[in-house]
Design a protein around this ligand. Structure first.
Ligand code: T4K
Length: 406
């Protein structure tokens, strides 16, 4: 056990002595049963079949379809390529409405194929696309909407579906954060035309690198399968434009193993989430975002919103305090996509249309969770935050000095 933090001068920004010897990262991978993983890899090596729709990928896709309750799951090398392929298979062109408050992959997947991402503001409560703003951004060039279930919290799916149907637009979801979550009791994966998951190492459920498209549309699934394998319909028979989006067998081995431990991973995230909530309860200006306990939820992102006016300290200064302690809090998502290149140059005034996004990018930070941390780490992390929020004036000169050192 780590001793209680009793005095301000025990903070590392003051003393120079970090609370944790080793860095605590956001996005530390969860690893399932190593023996099961190694067994699958040994079998794979014996089979001499390493990629190109091997038996492990086929088994993984079938298990995922079952878990998600969808007709078709197509595994891919990562979610970014899965997004690109799904966007192309859906026939999106011209302009597509997306949030700016997302990982830049969502926007890049469009711009990569010369489709303009039109950045839409978010609802400050859910951090997801604000449907009223979506409606205002539709032009004759708009072909679709990509909602992102940020932190795994479902978008306003019904409102977005209604707008898409009424305005004759395609609707798909970037569900990179939402594997294992439900909306109205139905698993994320079955909404819109397609939903895309990420199984990157930093996701609570990982395949090293990986992603998947889930859909109930058989025609679309066939098209996506062709596109992720160069358009091959059989030996020597290319019938479509395609690329290489295939998942390898070793990733599927990891995926199948991760799936066997998915409930354990979720339980660790949930325990951590509630430990943080207890540890930070009552702190002015520091709010842990809530998940709906009535739905299935992976609790993978431990997100705190810092209101500088109420907390007396900015999000960025809190991140400085935590980094000095080797708690590697992250500013997801900062800056918004509209402030990143090439979008910043293409649309220099878009920040004027994104007031809630601008606020959120200044307020949000992500804290370590997953199986790599537990109450022994979370208790001290909360104490560090508490000590900083309770003593902002005393800390200011040390923070200025720490800033100068970086
Ligand atoms: N859509 C959304 C909404 C997304 O959030 C993402 C990805 C995508 C689409 C695209 O999915 P993929 O194409 O990646 O499948 C990380 C992840 O790389 C990215 O997958 C994720 N979202 C994003 C939110 O976070 P970075 O640039 O912040 O990664 P990095 O290298 O700084 O690592 C993050 C943290 O994880 C660090 O604190 C260190 C730790 N880490 C990382 C790796 C790779 C480990 O402890 N072990 C590891 O193996 O993007």
């Amino acid at each position: 056990m780590i001793a209680q933090l009793s005095r301000l001068d025990e903070l590392a920004v003051v003393s120079g002595r970090p609370r944790f010897e080793e860095k605590l990262h956001v996005g530390r991978p969860n690893i399932g049963d190593r023996a099961a993983l190694m067994g699958r890899i040994e079998d794979m090596l014996d089979r001499l079949w390493l990629t190109n729709n091997g038996p492990l990928v086929q088994e993984f896709e079938a298990r995922l379809a079952d878990y998600l309750g969808v007709e078709h799951v197509i595994c891919m090398c990562n979610a970014t390529v899965a997004l690109e392929i799904a966007i192309r298979a859906l026939g999106l062109t011209g302009e597509v409405i997306v949030p700016s408050f997302t990982f830049v992959a969502t926007a890049h997947a469009l711009q990569w194929q010369e489709i303009t991402p039109v950045f839409c503001d978010v609802d400050p409560a859910s951090h997801n696309l604000d449907p009223r703003q979506v409606e205002r951004l539709i032009t004759p060039r708009t072909s679709g909407i990509i909602g992102v279930h940020v932190w795994g919290r479902p978008c306003a799916i019904e409102e977005l579906s209604e707008i898409a149907a009424r305005r004759n637009l395609k609707l798909m979801f970037d569900a990179a954060h939402a594997f294992g979550n439900s909306y109205g009791g139905q698993m994320i994966g079955g909404f819109g035309a397609v939903e895309i998951f990420s199984f990157h190492a930093t996701k609570f459920f990982n395949t090293f690198e990986g992603g998947a498209v889930a859909t109930n549309d058989a025609e679309l699934a066939t098209k996506i399968r062709l596109m992720k394998n160069f358009g091959f319909a059989g030996y020597d028979n290319v019938i479509y434009i395609g690329t290489n989006g295939k998942m390898s067998e070793v990733s599927a081995a990891m995926g199948l193993t991760s799936l066997e431990s998915v409930d354990t991973f979720i339980a660790a995230n949930k325990r951590n989430h509630h430990a943080y909530r207890r540890g930070l309860a009552g702190l002015p200006g520091v709010q842990v975002i809530a998940y709906d306990d009535g739905e299935r939820c992976n609790y993978q992102y431990m997100i705190v919103e810092v209101d500088e006016a109420a907390a007396g300290i900015s999000r960025d200064d809190l991140v400085r305090v935590l980094h000095a302690e080797n708690v590697m809090a992250r500013r997801y998502f900062y800056p918004g996509c509209h402030e990143m290149e090439p979008y910043r140059s293409y649309f220099p005034h878009s920040h004027l249309l994104l007031p809630e996004t601008e606020k959120l990018t200044q307020r949000v930070m992500s804290l370590p969770s997953g199986t790599a941390v537990g109450p022994d780490e979370i208790g001290p992390i909360c104490e560090i935050i508490r000590a900083a929020v309770e003593n902002p004036d005393a800390l200011r000169p040390y923070l200025a000095a720490a800033d100068g050192r970086h």
